[in-house]
Design a protein around this ligand. Structure first.
Ligand SMILES: [Zn+2]
Ligand SMILES: [Zn+2]
Length: 424
């Protein structure tokens, strides 16, 4: 379950320091010790030099069971279109206590963060796209092919909006994607089961206003139009268990968000840095920065006005490189207008949503994550029926290394009871 939030932690720390001092000047007895421990319930004391810190106020992926009544959201990308080592582009993972997981956008670079959570690929098969800018789906290829090679058993499923014309819609984008990655697809089919290499597309009308685009297992996902760059951008709300998660995607402030995001538990909306940041850090001419940061996107002040109207339990601002040069301007701009609970998102920020509250922590993940097997296994030994993709001419270029590999290969085949492969 979620840990107490930082506010409670701060209060608990203040109390515990006071109590600790009180205990120190008085007689240190059993009663006082139990008081101290209660006051530090947000974390708890380290009881001995060889003991453990019960709670380090971070989320270690894969170490906390999600409560049946709980929602966890992890920011796997919060940045901008230009790639950055420290911050990927848009991606939010929503995990529900009923076991369902949903990815909202999968922007450039975000799959490294998703993979670092070490969630079996079988559980990461549903993607909802807000729009088709690369910073919102540029890493879809990594989920598709990476998940296919690393244990996903079923087809990848993607939901996304139509466009003003068919070629601007999600279906056309995926058709084009499969053409672009045809070589990848066909060559992998030689050894991999075809099922998980497929992509099932659900394209819905971008003009739908709070329309249901997904309904299963107690989860309802709705969409409404966003105003951003071109027709065919949407925002989403996910409702489950009387919780509401809202993901705005990219959008200028709009009437639909104000109406349909109302009273969300977690409301994620884009918030650009101030236009000056676009000039100073992002190599944009002042008129371009002003237009992009205030007309195509949402400024900090406008974000504040939105959240003041929506009044979520917790507001999340993303879509700016969050660092010393930008975050104070963003924060002050928002605070001119909105004084409610707020996170300025950066990658690997985690929110646990429960009846008691919404907590914010950072995830600490390994830099060297592997894919983790899930309960289902991809069908083995039934690759797609495609002819060999390497011709005799290329094969004739092979240089014989069987003499040095024989021992290693023999051991492996014996261990896994593999029959000798056919010679090409
Ligand atoms: Zn965009
Ligand atoms: Zn964007």
């Amino acid at each position: 379950m979620a840990k107490k939030n930082r506010g409670i932690f701060a209060i608990a720390m203040t109390l515990s320091i006071g109590l600790a001092l009180g205990a120190y000047v008085g007689t240190v007895g059993v009663e006082n010790i139990s008081l101290i421990e209660e006051a530090q319930a947000a974390g708890g004391p380290v009881k001995s030099p060889t003991g453990v810190a019960e709670d380090r106020y971070v989320y270690y992926p894969g170490t906390e069971e999600l409560g049946p009544d709980e929602m966890r959201v992890i920011a796997c990308g919060t940045g901008m279109p230009a790639a950055r080592h420290g911050q990927a582009a848009t991606c939010f993972l929503v995990e529900l206590g009923n076991g369902d997981k949903f990815l909202f956008d999968i922007g450039t670079g975000s799959m490294a963060n998703v993979a670092a959570l070490m969630i079996p690929y079988d559980f990461l098969d549903k993607v909802f796209l807000s729009h088709l800018h690369t910073d919102h789906w540029g890493d879809f290829d990594a989920l598709w092919a990476g998940g296919w090679t690393a244990g996903r058993a079923e087809a990848l499923k993607i939901w996304g909006p139509s466009g003003a014309v068919p070629e601007m819609g999600t279906q056309a984008a995926i058709d084009g994607f499969m053409k672009t990655f045809h070589w990848d697809y066909i060559t992998r089919l030689q050894k991999l089961d075809p099922t998980a290499g497929k992509i099932e597309v659900t394209e819905f009308d971008y003009k739908g206003e709070n329309q249901v685009v997904y309904q299963e297992n107690g989860v309802t996902i709705r969409s409404w139009p966003a105003i951003h760059s071109g027709d065919g951008s949407v925002s989403y709300a996910l409702e489950w268990n009387d919780y509401k998660f809202v993901f705005g995607g990219d959008t200028f402030p709009n009437k639909w968000f104000i109406e349909h995001a109302k009273d969300a538990d977690l409301a994620v909306h884009e918030c650009m840095m101030l236009p000056g940041g676009g000039v100073e850090f992002y190599n944009q001419a002042p008129p371009v920065a002003l237009y992009v940061f205030t007309q195509i996107h949402t400024s900090p002040q406008a974000f504040g006005k939105i959240m003041s109207a929506v009044t979520p339990r917790h507001a999340v601002a993303y879509h700016f490189f969050n660092e010393e040069g930008t975050r104070y301007g963003v924060y002050e701009g928002i605070r001119e207008v909105y004084d409610g609970p707020l996170s300025l998102a950066t990658d690997m920020m985690v929110w646990n949503v429960t009846r008691e509250g919404v907590t914010e922590r950072m995830a600490v993940a390994t830099e060297e994550a592997w894919s983790v097997p899930g309960p289902r296994k991809p069908p083995a030994g039934k690759p797609g029926q495609v002819p060999p993709q390497i011709t005799d001419w290329i094969n004739a270029g092979k240089w014989d290394v069987s003499d040095v590999e024989a021992g290693m290969v023999g051991d492996f085949m014996k261990k896994y009871d593999i029959k000798p492969p056919k010679k090409h």
